[in-house]
Design a protein around this ligand. Sequence first.
Ligand SMILES: [Ca+2]
Length: 442
Amino acid sequence: MKFVYFYLLSSIVPAFHNAGAVEDKAEETKDENFATTCPVRLEATGQCKEGEECSYQMNLPSLTIQLPRSFSMIEQVFKEVQNLKETVNNLKKSCQECKLQADDNQEMGRHEPLQPNTKAPEKENDNRIKELESEVNKLFSNLKDAKDEINSLHGRLENLNLVNMNNIENYVDSKVANLTSVVNSLDGQCSSRCSNQSGQNEASANIQQHLIYKDCWDYYGKGRKSNGIYQVTPDPRNKSFEVYCDMQTMGGGWTVIQKRLDGSINFNRTWKDYKKGFGNLSREFWLGNDNIHLLTKSKEMVLRIDLEDFNGVKLYALYDQFYVANEYLKYRLHIGNYSGTAGNALHFNKHYNHDLKFFTTPDKDHDRYPSGNCGLYYSSGWWFDACLSANLNGKYYHQKYKGVFNGIYWGTWPGMTNGEPNGFKHSFKRAKMMIRPKLLAP
Ligand SMILES: [Ca+2]
């Protein structure tokens, strides 16, 4: 009986066996007394071979067991244990949440700026510095790319500068010169063909050819060797006009296009006057830009300039080409190479060059001086640059003069540019411009 009792107890509450150990001792004495009055039988059931474990059955009488008081504690202990378990679980859970929250705070700290009173981890600072360094490197790279791009553009700009206005101007000039040559050539061919197609016979055509004097050189070729006024027809499709021929100077046959000798004619004139011409062919005159164009377009001409000052000094300049474009091209000047004694004032230097300049009069500004009209300032019509190193149409002064350089001017004349003592400026007694076919030039 004692065995069974303890067996049951130990099976039911093995974990709390020690907890009620003191009270168990006291209860054992009472159980021994109870066992004597309430026997328990244990006997085998069925057949059982020797050496084998046999089945037994135990018959218990109706029995009331008084459990020790300590058993009343078991439920409470269970509850306490359960409570403890819950508490432990809560603490464990709380600890995990705390850890997660700490991790979250750590994670967020990486992306938030440092607060003044927050002691940010050193690692965060390092990360931020690295990010800033990366940004700076990126900006530096962009800056370098932009610098390279600017250098590239600068190089292209320099190349573009090479294609400046001067180059364009020279290109157009060469094209215009070529076109002029072709047009003049065709013009000459058409003139002779038109004569043949007019129904006249060859003999009458020869007579007509014979009667046409294109310039003073034609007269000179026919034995007319006296200075004077002759009628010329440089272009059969245009009207004839009178010119003064110099049949003596340098072989003769010169068609004079301009002359100054006494100041009797005012050269401060309009565009229209310079176009048609003015003055007196026997004295002073301008032959007229239209006429000069006709004389120079059909043949290659050379230009001779004769100058004489009041000291009796006579010098000359010769240009191996001379052509004046039509009015549409503003009577643009084309001159060739210089030779002579007076100096190359028409092409003085890079900044003072009358070659390829348009004609300007006080009422029509085609010069290269942006702030005003050179023709108005120097009182004449001329192929002004900005403004002049030569001007043979300036005011005629009978003696040296002061003030603006608006007299007849030739910049390469001895002492011309610097002027004379006391601010006086050199003046010319005579000036003459005349032309003759180039192939016949000496
Ligand atoms: Ca101007």
